[in-house]
Design a binder for this molecule. Structure first.
Ligand code: HEM
Length: 517
């Protein structure tokens, strides 16, 4: 055999071998990708006695594009129906395994199971120190301690009541601001006003500080830090789902997070230091109420419970962060509904007038006597839950069964609360805004009834729910007592949703607020 002939033979063998390897790889990848739920589920399929139905999604990417869109909760709800996977659906985003339930009973099983008491920590959350704060801390002693401390000192009924006067004061300031905007522009973009009020209220509870409605100073700086944090946590970060990309920081998320954390550390660190100095000089006075603020509580912890300064910063920063957005967004949706449904607005204003009167300012103690007002807030939470996918998901700590299905440790579990609250099998006329439904039946929204659980359920249920609701009820009542809410002259009002960290109105509400006196 000549050398040329030998080389040719080797080359043709090599090519056919190479072709063979490529075909095996291709078939393997397609087979993996085509397994229900996509590529991240492929190696667990043989273990699952009853495999979970789910879309295959795009090769390698899975349902990544769904989460890049503005309404993933709609797409996931539709997919679950189409694939007959309402109870439980599996899918992949890159190499991350997900399950999602759009059914109240399965949702209860997931949220109340201690196997799902962890949260997946995205890179941004980790970089922003949130793994040391309550919302992302792993299930365990540290997390339990934080929940206990905040339940006793931050979210207790006594504390919520102690801050009522200040919440009312902020409500009045918001009304002044609205009057000013109406005089200057003839219309109000309410989101900014609500966001300011909400941030101020949380600042008082957490830092014991009061701020004015001015676009400068500490409050303005904090608002900038909070919005940068929202943006970073809301970004879909490729590194979270493609481990190989981790070191590259392609979207610059890590860099921006580190930059933000150093600014937050300076800002919050300064407030902690001010508290320490006041204690030493004996000049401890509270800006906002008699019961002290959360910084004081953390500084007072006994030795074995004491937090390091960086943990304290993480805990305080998270409270500011979590408490601001949700309350402002819920109020914006509620007011938008009032503009759209003048007959409902007139009915609730009549309720306020008959219970409170027109001259006395509404207060927390009146809220119990305003069932229709509470029903409106519930109906808004049903149609526009601020966390349609319950904001921050859960993570399976160990292998577990959900119904007949095997779910491996490390799977991210979600509940599509939006799908449940829009399901005609669960709610009559689900698309209709009808607060009367809650006058006819008493539905608890605090986590025991999974048909409407906007604050989640189980061990990691929202600890700020009573405080959030007290704030929303009071401000909503004040804003209704003071103004009639009507559309702008062009009459345009869109209810399009945009899910960022919470579900916002895509086009912020702009309307007119006509004084009622
Ligand atoms: C309308 C207002 C609010 C809504 C709709 C809301 C919603 C939620 C939801 C859906 C969760 C996840 C629950 C779960 O996994 O089962 C959550 C967790 C949490 N919320 Fe809220 N929230 C609100 C107000 C607040 C306020 C005012 C604060 C504090 C100032 C707060 C602090 C937290 C924290 C720290 C967690 C994490 C708890 C943990 O993982 O242990 N929230 N919230």
């Amino acid at each position: 055999m000549s050398l040329d002939h030998g080389l040719l033979l080797f080359h043709s063998h090599f090519s056919s071998f190479e072709a063979f390897v490529w075909s095996v790889l291709l078939v393997g990848t397609v087979a993996l990708w085509l397994s229900p739920g996509g590529i991240a589920w492929a190696r667990f399929r043989s273990k699952a006695s009853f495999s979970i139905p789910g879309p295959v999604g795009l090769p390698l990417l899975g349902l990544l594009t769904v989460f890049n869109g503005s309404t993933p909760h709609h797409v996931l709800a539709k997919l679950a129906k189409t694939l007959n996977a309402v109870k439980l659906m599996a899918f992949s985003v890159g190499f991350t395994r997900f399950i999602i339930s759009s059914d109240p009973e399965t949702a209860r099983e997931i949220l109340n199971n201690s196997a799902f008491a962890d949260r997946p920590v995205k890179e941004s959350a980790y970089e922003l120190l949130f793994h040391r704060a309550m919302g992302f801390a792993p299930f365990g002693e540290y997390w339990r301690n934080l929940r206990r401390i905040s339940a006793t000192h931050l979210f207790s009924p006594k504390r919520i009541a102690a801050l009522e006067e200040y919440r009312r004061e902020i409500g009045i300031k918001m009304m002044d601001e609205i009057n000013g905007l109406m005089e200057a522009k003839g219309e109000v973009q309410i989101k900014r006003v609500l966001h300011f009020g909400s941030l101020n209220s949380v600042m008082a509870t957490v830092f014991g500080k009061k701020y004015d409605f001015v676009e400068a100073g500490d409050r303005f700086e904090l608002e900038g830090l909070v919005s940068e944090g929202y943006e970073l946590l809301g970004i879909f970060n490729w590194s979270d789902h493609f481990p190989l990309l981790c070191c590259l920081d392609l979207q610059g998320v890590r860099k921006r997070c580190r930059n933000l954390v150093s600014k937050v550390s300076v800002f919050v660190g300064k407030i902690i230091e001010e508290h320490r100095l006041k204690r030493v000089s004996g000049g401890l006075k509270y800006d906002c109420c008699e019961v002290g603020d959360f910084v004081e509580v953390l500084l007072d912890l006994e030795k074995h419970e004491k937090l390091s300064d960086s943990d304290m910063i993480a805990v305080l920063w998270e409270m500011i962060f979590r408490g601001t957005d949700t309350v402002a967004i819920l109020l914006e949706w509620t007011l938008a509904r009032m503009v759209l449904h003048p007959e409902i607005q007139a009915k609730v204003q009549a309720e306020i007038d008959s219970v409170v009167g027109k001259s006395k300012l509404v207060s927390d103690s009146d809220i119990h006597h305003l069932p229709y007002l509470q029903a409106i807030v519930k109906e808004t939470l049903r149609l526009h839950p601020p966390g349609p996918l319950l904001s921050w998901a859960r993570l399976a700590i160990h292998d577990v069964r959900v119904g007949d299905h095997f779910v491996p440790a490390g799977t991210t579990a979600m509940v599509n609360m939006w799908a449940i609250t829009h399901d005609e099998k669960v709610w009559e006329e689900p698309e209709r805004f009808k607060p009367e439904r809650f006058m006819e039946q008493d539905v608890s929204i605090l986590g025991s009834d999974l048909r409407l659980a906007p604050f989640g359920s189980g061990r990691r249920v929202c600890p700020g729910k009573a405080m959030g609701l007290a704030t929303v009820h009071l401000w909503f009542a004040q804003l209704l007592q003071g103004f009639k809410w009507v559309p702008c002259k062009d009459g345009n009002l869109e209810l399009t949703e945009h899910l960022k960290l919470s579900m916002e109105m895509k086009n912020p509400l702009v309307c007119r607020a006509i004084p009622r006196t």
